[in-house]
Design a protein around this ligand. Sequence first.
Ligand SMILES: [Zn+2]
Length: 176
Amino acid sequence: MKVTLQCCVCQTRTGLEVGPAQFSSLKESGAAFFHCATCGRGTYWAYPSTDRVPGLDRRVFHHDETASQPPPRVPEPPKSVDQRPPSRGPRRVALELPVRVRGLGLDVIEEITTTSNVSKTGLYFLSDKPYQVGQELRVAMNYSKSATGDLEQRAQVVRIVMVPGEVKKGIGVKYV
Ligand SMILES: [Zn+2]
């Protein structure tokens, strides 16, 4: 079946022929792996957060989101598992993607980490680095050391969330 999906890296939106394995990945995690012609490599694709098919409104999507279980995580204190920020704005997908984040400013930060959530307009990840609200970032989603020509996107820290029982803080980032 053909489904309109959006590349998590370059935001290209297109109709893709989805096989059974990719369809179940979409159902379970909200994203699936496809080759992206724009990025020139395999990337994760998720449902676009706007221009929904008539009949599929926010409530339906929200229900899907709460019903689906987050993917298995590496061992971590159980407390932190449910410390996701309240759902608001564009639909978020609980998705762990490799990402390289560079923080610009007086204290240059660079780290390779994994996202906790991604959406069309931004991402959320845990970090113990001294990010600050308003700080300008460069984000390379779906990062891999072997990939050439990473597509860095301009982004900004929009909120920093204390996570109880966790040294790391939640960093909310939006693309600019
Ligand atoms: Zn792409």
